[in-house]
Design a protein around this ligand. Structure first.
Ligand SMILES: Cc1ncc(COP(=O)(O)O)c(C=O)c1O
Length: 379
């Protein structure tokens, strides 16, 4: 048996998404910028997809700009804020995805804006009092804080941060890459300026996503070139990806609450089983259902001298998961997220992440393998 519990990294594509993309892959080759039949055909498919996505988020189609995924959408939000909206200061946190963290650093190194870091607690919750203090400035500010942390699952209240941003006249960008397709968004109710999406996090294709840009913001392109995406993103559109993205969104929102309940049950079950299996176990980030992304569980296992073998052995046993740290050329580089919450990184940690395709049998198999690995290989 082989189980895939690394759905926060990416998800398997849904069969219905493949079905939706196939006819276009085969025959829909026209360049959407061409004015002849072939071009008009693919252009119409793109615009229908955009409208369908906008309907699901209760926003206008013109507020959706297709990008190559989450990273580009995050880059676009940050760069356009400083280059077009006059932002001179970015407030973010130390536990953002690198798509935001490294982009903010790049902007700061280029001298385009300064960056301030809001404090987070040991579970990754943003300190809203500190955020309010940081917002008390005359400089035009962008707040960029992720909706759910991809490593430790902690959720942010978009409403609370949006209210603060409104009070102090700051722009608000949220990296919603891990929550898009997993929670409902009513963009008439949540006052955000930018949110981001990557289709491959909810059973869509890789290399496609979008940036939602609130219509009150007149922004500029990040990728300059042709007049595609109303001049906001040059380059021939990823037609197949866009069709796949729209289908993945439709499937995700067809029964989003049902998926949430089903996956949350598996996560709760896994927490309970781990607490029974191990005397000394802890979890990074929030785990309570209303404070924690239901697809992610970050486990802090008991200390062992052979911790370095954990992920490798689990993989050999057929359990695909990821850790909070990435190894490169023999040197272990710690997770900036675990560092940012001052977690005990001397204990081995594993991020298990689930999808609506994950079954209880798979969780049981993973739990059994984890137990064996700790009892035999790592003992
Ligand atoms: C929170 C978050 N933001 C951004 C990204 C980047 O998205 P993409 O892989 O589509 O560029 C990811 C993907 O790992 C993510 O988890």
């Amino acid at each position: 048996m082989r189980v895939y519990l690394d759905n926060a990294a990416t998800t398997p594509i849904a069969p219905e998404v493949v079905e939706a993309m196939l006819p276009i892959l085969k025959d829909g080759f026209g360049n959407p910028s061409s004015t002849h039949f072939y071009g008009r055909q693919t252009k119409a498919l793109i615009e229908t997809s955009r409208r369908n996505i906008a309907k699901l988020l209760n926003c206008q189609a013109s507020e959706i700009v297709f990008t190559s995924g989450g990273t580009e959408a995050d880059n676009m939000a940050l760069f356009t804020s400083v280059q077009k909206l006059g932002v001179k200061r970015i407030i973010t946190s130390a536990i953002e995805h690198h798509a935001v963290g490294h982009t903010a650093e790049a902007i700061s190194h280029l001298g385009l804006a300064s960056v301030a870091y809001v404090q987070v607690d040991s579970k990754g919750n943003v300190d809203l009092t500190h955020l309010e203090q940081l917002l008390q400035t005359d400089e035009k500010t962008l707040v960029s804080l992720m909706h759910a942390n991809n490593e430790i699952a902690t959720l942010l209240s978009l409403e609370n941060v949006a209210q603060l941003c409104k009070k102090y006249g700051a722009y608000f960008h949220s990296d919603t890459v891990q929550t898009m397709g997993h929670y409902s968004f009513d963009l008439q109710k949540i006052e955000v300026d930018f949110i981001t999406c990557a289709a491959h996090k909810f059973h869509g294709p890789k290399g496609i996503g979008f940036l939602y840009v609130n219509k009150k913001n007149k922004i500029d392109a990040l990728i300059h070139g042709g007049a595609q995406e109303r001049g906001l993103r040059g380059g021939t559109e990823n037609v197949y990806g866009i069709i796949g993205l729209a289908k993945a969104m439709e499937l995700a929102y067809d029964d989003v609450e049902g998926h949430q309940q089903q996956v949350q049950q598996l996560k709760t079950y896994m927490i309970e089983q781990l607490l029974q299996q191990f005397d000394d176990i802890a979890f990074h980030g929030e785990t309570e259902p209303n404070k924690s992304l239901y697809t992610v569980l970050n486990v802090s296992f008991p200390r062992t001298e052979k911790a370095g073998l954990l992920l490798f052995t689990l993989d050999l046993k057929g359990v695909a998961v990821s850790g909070g740290s990435a190894c490169s050329s023999g040197a272990t580089k710690g997770s900036h997220v675990l560092e940012g919450i001052q977690a005990d990184t001397t204990r081995p940690n594993v991020r298990f992440s689930f999808s609506r395709y994950t079954t209880k049998e798979e969780i049981d198999f993973a739990l059994e393998q984890v137990k064996m690995v700790f009892e035999k290989t790592l003992a």
